[in-house]
Design a protein around this ligand. Structure first.
Ligand SMILES: *Cc1c(COP(=O)(O)O)cnc(C)c1O
Length: 438
């Protein structure tokens, strides 16, 4: 009897906790069953998951979230999963670091760094979107998962698929950094290195998705995948003591992450978890691939595709799927979208490392360089509570800084050899300092 009652209760709980029901076209509003589909059949607009915010408002409290797991799944009611069979590899709840030295260097008073360079399991924010996408993929019955990747997504999909026991085939541009390739191969997926840029990889994958019946996390599973990025908004709100910041700065590739942080903040306001507040959204691109920044600067509401040519490969998407929505978010919140050169990106990586002890990849260098540029242009107020999103780890893009970071001092295992080397390095430091002053 007991067992029966418990079983029944369990089913009832499951039924009442399902807070999403359909997919809805962002353009025309047409609704679809929540299956593996991402484009509206009527107007070709992107599809987005619809939630029951009334149910969320009554089910979720700050306390219930705080009692949840120390991962993105503490926000599971806001994520598009229907069962309890979650893939939880510890993704999310990365540190929100109060910056002292970088803040002082830039002249900001309240700067925070959201550090997804240490996200689990593969050291980038992509672990968030993949944890959600593969959980949903399994619910929808997929046994093979795939992706079109600029590097980090391939790492994440391969690792989490391995953990979940799913077959995996990933597609990357052939010219990626060695760390990104090795960091995929180690999990033994099938890796297709495509001789072309990301946009060409993506086009190929759209064809494969149509013919092979695989779950492509960022194509036919994109509505679920992209929702994972909302957790970057939720966590910041929770880690700031259930408050929203005044300004955020984040990198833009397809523009998805940027728009979903916005959605995350809006949802927390809607269900009463944080007070309503206007947050300014500023976006960062590399000059060698800056279609969204260019459209922003020129006041256009459409994005003209470009051919990428930048060392920031992880954000080099020339034809960004969510570009127009990112433009809309930046404009309506009073933010900006800026771009920086490859030289500034390298400086950005070094600046964050030297001041905060965080080694980020090229995307993070881009974001820090844009943060600096916005502060110098007076577009970030020193008194604003500003959060800068660091989305990936520098150990994966070592090529980018090779030749810009000095060399170790090679010495003999003798005290006098050490003393001589130390004296030489001090002289060099002084010379460098004098040059900077001049
Ligand atoms: C993919 C990626 C981004 C941006 O992702 P979008 O959602 O496509 O804009 C930012 N940073 C890193 C490190 C990434 O790998």
């Amino acid at each position: 009897m007991m067992t029966l009652a418990t079983e029944k209760q369990k089913h009832q709980t499951q039924a009442t906790t399902a807070t999403f029901s359909t997919l809805k076209c962002k353009e025309c509003g047409a609704e679809y069953e929540p299956v593996a589909t991402h484009v509206c059949e009527i107007c070709f607009g992107p599809l987005e998951v619809v939630y029951d915010y009334e149910a969320l408002r009554s089910q979720v409290t700050r306390e219930s979230i705080e009692k949840g797991p120390n991962s993105i799944w503490r926000y599971r009611s806001f994520l598009p999963v229907a069962t309890d069979n979650l893939i939880d590899v510890g993704t999310g709840m990365t540190p929100l670091v109060k910056s002292n030295r970088l803040a002082r260097r830039l002249g900001l008073k309240k700067l925070y760094i959201k550090n997804d360079a240490v996200n689990m399991p593969t050291l980038s924010f992509k672990d968030r979107v993949v944890s959600v996408a593969l959980t949903r993929a399994r619910e929808l019955g997929f046994t093979t998962v795939s992706c079109a990747s600029t590097g980090n997504l391939a790492n994440s999909t391969a690792a989490i698929a391995a953990h979940a026991g799913l077959d995996c085939c990933v597609f990357i541009p052939a010219d990626l950094e060695a760390g990104k390739v090795l960091g995929t191969l180690i999990y033994s997926p099938t890796v297709m290195a495509v001789q072309g840029n990301y946009d060409q990889v993506n086009r190929l994958c759209c064809e494969v998705a149509n013919t092979h019946g695989w779950g492509f996390v960022n194509i036919n599973l994109r509505p679920y995948y992209s929702e994972g990025s909302k957790t970057l908004g939720y966590e910041v709100a929770e880690q700031l003591g259930w408050q929203l910041p005044d300004h955020i700065v984040a990198p833009l590739a397809s523009g998805s992450l940027f728009t979903k942080i916005y959605k995350g903040f809006q949802e927390f306001i809607k269900v009463g978890l944080v007070e309503d507040k206007k947050v300014r959204f500023s976006g960062a691109q590399a000059e060698g691939c800056s279609p969204i920044a260019t459209a922003f600067r020129e006041g256009r509401d459409f994005v003209t595709p470009v051919k990428p040519n930048t060392l920031a490969k992880s954000i080099a998407i020339g034809n960004p799927a969510d570009g127009i929505y990112a433009l809309e978010v930046a404009r309506k919140t009073g933010g900006n979208i800026e771009s920086v050169t490859d030289a500034e990106i390298i400086e950005g990586i070094k600046l964050l490392a030297e001041t905060e002890g965080i080694f980020t990849e090229t995307a993070g260098g881009t974001t820090i360089a844009v943060l600096k540029k916005l502060v110098e242009a007076g577009k970030i107020d020193p008194d604003e509570t500003t959060v800068v999103y660091i989305t990936g780890n520098g150990l994966k893009t070592q090529e980018a800084v090779q030749g810009y970071i000095g060399e170790p001092l090679t010495i003999e295992p003798k005290l006098d050899s050490f003393e001589r080397a130390l004296e030489r390095s001090r002289i060099l430091d002084r010379l460098e300092w004098q040059q900077t002053v001049v």
